[in-house]
Design a protein around this ligand. Structure first.
Ligand code: ADP
Ligand code: MG
Length: 323
């Protein structure tokens, strides 16, 4: 059976609760913590914290080393979700990859949530139609999930592909949870792992996890208090949990990140968000989306381990993301 926080030496229910509230919800997150940060989070001495961390390490799934052939074998199973726009797919080497985190960032209204909705539909299609026969988990932090929009996109796909699709069935395969703050958001990744385990052999395994928006709560909560380093550390842990989800389920993880325009900046790269990229280089694929003429959007591939930088023009119409 999996180890619980309460199984660690010196961790009773009250300490376990404090740890969870501070974002240390899993044995893994404790195993990679420092004694100082763990001690402060749970009101315990550093020596006790060090003992807890030492006990968590052997039980934690914190990777260690994989040999090259193991990585090769795992990567043979990478799946790709087609976006609905062929130029976009080509730029991504065929679609949005599983076992990776893909970040899409852009201004308010640029189309991040639209792309997320579209992938939630497309992932459910059979492989020959660019899907992964999967179901979806959405962590919705801004209350922008819209079932009606999914229905429109299902109709769009159905007529484009000449398929019969049942919109209600598609909605039943999308599991949505609102996240009320950043701690809740982190905890929901554990719930997502549980749900994915439940659905593993259902014929509809979870193949897509969306966090929309990844950063809104973190931004709001750390304005004027705490330090950027605290926020960064917590976000890094969150991303570590998301990467683990992607690997364990051979799933696509898509996260959105809002940035603000900088009309006052004359030098440097205007696509750089204020305060720097708070995600650093933790996402594997980084996409910058911006508005263009009419329903067109330009998606730019900024960062990828194996693909050249590039740009794709997509359209966001009533039917969803299209050429
Ligand atoms: P954000 O990047 O803030 O998540 P959204 O993905 O919510 O932005 O994009 C909102 C935009 O998507 C709208 O301004 C509109 O251009 C487009 N859009 C949303 N719904 C529809 C629709 N039903 N038909 C056509 N375009 C839509
Ligand atoms: Mg949005």
């Amino acid at each position: 059976a999996e180890m619980l926080l309460e199984d660690l030496p010196g961790v009773g229910p009250a300490t376990a609760e404090k740890l969870k509230e501070a974002g240390f919800a899993t044995i893994e997150s404790i195993a990679v913590a420092s004694p100082a940060e763990l001690g402060t989070s749970a009101d315990i001495g550093e020596a006790t914290a060090a003992k807890i961390i030492a006990a968590a390490r052997p039980a934690a799934d914190i990777g260690g080393f994989e040999t090259g052939d193991m990585v090769f074998e795992r990567r043979l199973h990478i799946g790709k979700i087609k976006t609905g726009c062929s130029e976009f797919d080509e730029m991504m080497g065929g679609g949005i990859e599983s076992q990776s985190i893909t970040e899409i960032y852009g201004e308010f209204g640029s189309g991040k949530t639209q792309v997320a909705h579209q992938l939630a539909v497309n992932v459910q299609l059979p492989e020959e139609y660019g899907g992964l026969d999967g179901s979806v988990i959405i962590i919705d932090t801004e209350n922008t999930f819209r079932p009606d929009r999914i229905k429109q996109m299902v109709e769009g796909r159905a007529s484009e592909l000449g398929l019969e699709l049942d919109a209600d069935e598609v909605l039943r395969n999308i599991h949505v949870a609102r996240a009320y703050n950043s701690n809740h958001q982190i905890l929901l990744v554990d719930s997502a792992l549980d749900l994915a385990n439940e659905l593993k052999d259902s014929g509809r395994p979870v193949k897509l996890l969306i966090v929309d928006s990844l950063t809104a709560h973190f931004r709001a909560e750390y304005i004027g208090r705490g330090t950027l380093a605290d926020r960064q550390q917590k976000l890094n842990k969150h991303l570590h949990g998301l990467q683990r989800f992607a690997n364990l389920n051979n799933a696509v993880v898509l996260v959105t990140n809002q940035v603000m325009s900088k009309p006052d900046v004359f030098f440097g790269d205007p696509t750089k968000p204020i305060g720097g990229h708070i995600l650093g280089h933790t996402a594997t694929f980084r996409l910058y989306i911006r508005k263009s003429k009419g329903d067109k959007r330009i998606v730019k591939l900024i960062d990828s381990p194996n693909l050249p930088e590039g740009e794709a023009v997509i359209a966001v119409t009533k039917d969803g993301v299209t050429n």
